[in-house]
Design a protein around this ligand. Structure first.
Ligand code: SF4
Length: 94
């Protein structure tokens, strides 16, 4: 089974209007971050960079792994918390 197929088995309860992760200052991503590692380390592909070097974050498919929080240790530009109770990922096994 492919990773994409496994990810498709997960379910999410989205907390509309209250993303549990935010980019603190988008300008830091665009101007100061050379690697933009979040765009390729996130296993769910939540971070996407465009041709202007600006990074967009969509948390709906987030696996709550914390990788983006750790990888952004140089700029500390990820405001990370777990979703509120009853929201976020529902892992489906089997
Ligand atoms: Fe992606 Fe993990 Fe960060 Fe969620 S916590 S946005 S899955 S790197």
């Amino acid at each position: 089974i492919k990773i994409e197929e496994k990810l498709f088995q997960n379910r999410y309860r989205v907390d509309e209007g209250r993303p549990h992760i935010q980019i603190s200052d988008p300008q830091v991503c665009a101007d100061d971050c050379k690697t933009q590692s979040c765009t390729f380390v996130c296993p769910a592909g939540c971070y996407v960079a465009d041709e202007k070097h600006e990074v967009t974050l969509t948390t709906d498919g987030c696996l709550e792994c914390g990788t983006c929080r750790v990888i952004c240790s140089e700029h500390h530009n990820v405001d990370w918390s777990y979703p509120r109770g009853g929201h976020g990922i529902l892992f489906k096994f089997g």
